[in-house]
Design a protein around this ligand. Structure first.
Ligand SMILES: Nc1ncnc2c1ncn2[C@@H]1O[C@H](COP(=O)(O)OP(=O)(O)O)[C@@H](O)[C@H]1O
Ligand SMILES: [Mg+2]
Length: 354
């Protein structure tokens, strides 16, 4: 809220009132009751927006690492920034965190322009950097207590241990923890200042599948606590599992953006219904005649492309009508890997390993 003054056009009396930039207010003069409409100067801010990035660019010598990207992160959502190694994820996230300086573009974080106002909002965010490490000889509880003392606003350590499912490990030394537990401590640390936005840069890289799922659970808990989460990852399953909104970055450019469903609908393949062990050319022809795209696989399955899962019943009732026998069915939907492949011609997992 900012303070504004209004000069009555009728009696010249000055009235003082408060409002937000860009807001229109009707002000009544206390002296003569004349009403006036006033627009408060400044850019209108959307209270639902946590991060707004416009035309952001970063050039290192002759490499354009981030190339004119724009996106918005809404409050309370898990936003996944998905892309292979070297795509520009860390560079972007560290520009938002004011660790690296952009070559061009603008960033608004919790309404503040990070070029001029980062100090005002820095205590309202927290960061788990890629390849996070902590003090080897501190216990889990000591680690959380130590870092919480760096901030004015502090969350309750017991509540964090509870939310991150770390109570049974609180007395263990950091150096004796497994990789998965270390990352869970990292996510727990990002809560010590009770932040509004949590930045997690590749929080599950290098973890085994079980540990990764446990970290996913604690990240989902962050959303349940009302935090906004900015998550970078090169694991498409991570984005599929956790994200409300996904931006796919490749060679410094955002090549697609939306909810998982939006991305799959726009760029994914159709769902495939596998009719197992059917061995019937008649069945394939019948389905073609009924307007389905059906192919025989070498091992006796028939693969039918369907737009949506309800079509499964239609296909099966056609087969029952003709008394065609088969062993069972399998439905395989599209996924982000396919979306990435279609957009770039490369596999996300392969690129990630190069
Ligand atoms: N400080 C730097 N100086 C020069 N090049 C860099 C620097 N940091 C990153 N890069 C390069 O910029 C590109 C993007 O890197 P990065 O943002 O770390 O990608 P990601 O986090 O998606 O793996 C890569 O080609 C990387 O080698
Ligand atoms: Mg990175």
């Amino acid at each position: 809220m900012i303070e504004q003054r209004f000069k009555c056009p009728n009696c010249q009396e000055i009235a003082t009132f408060y409002g937000n930039p860009g807001e229109t207010k009707v002000v009544t003069c206390a002296a003569c009751n004349t009403k006036g409409r006033v627009i408060i100067p400044g850019e209108k801010q959307d209270n639902n927006v946590a991060i707004e990035v416009s035309h952001l660019k970063k050039v290192y010598d002759d490499l354009i690492a981030v190339n004119d990207i724009s996106f918005t992160v809404k409050k309370g959502e898990i936003f996944a920034f998905l892309g292979p190694n070297g795509a520009g994820k860390t560079t972007t996230v560290e520009m938002i965190e004011s660790i690296r300086t952009p070559t061009a573009g603008a960033i608004r974080l919790l309404g503040a322009d990070t070029k001029t106002g980062f100090n005002q909002i820095k205590e309202r965010i927290s960061i788990l950097p890629q390849e996070f490490h902590s003090f080897e000889r501190f216990t889990v509880r000591e680690t959380l207590t130590y870092f919480s003392k760096l901030y004015k606003k502090r969350a309750n350590i017991d509540e964090i241990l509870d939310a991150m499912d770390l109570q049974s490990h609180e007395k263990k030394l950091y150096r004796n923890l497994s990789g998965g537990l270390k990352q869970r401590v990292g996510v727990a640390l990002s809560l010590v200042n009770d932040p509004e936005i949590v930045f997690l840069d590749e929080p599950t890289t290098g973890l085994d599948p079980k540990a990764r799922r446990e970290v996913w659970q604690v990240i989902a808990n962050l959303r349940n606590k009302g935090k906004t989460v900015f998550l970078t990852t090169h694991y498409m399953e991570e984005a599929e599992h956790l994200a409300d909104h996904i931006a796919i970055i490749h060679k410094g450019k955002i090549i697609a953006e939306g909810s998982l469903q939006e991305l799959l609908t726009t760029y994914g393949e159709k769902t495939t219904l596998y009719i197992k062990n059917c061995h019937s050319e008649d069945a394939r022809q019948l389905l073609e005649e009924k307007g389905f795209e059906a192919h025989s696989s070498g091992n006796g399955d028939i693969m039918v492309k369907i737009d949506y899962k309800e079509k499964v019943l239609e296909v099966l009732s056609e087969l029952r009508h003709e008394c065609i026998e088969y062993d069972g069915v399998d439905i395989r939907g599209s996924n982000l890997e396919e979306v990435f492949l279609r957009l770039t011609g490369a596999r996300l997992t392969e690129e990630a390993e190069t």
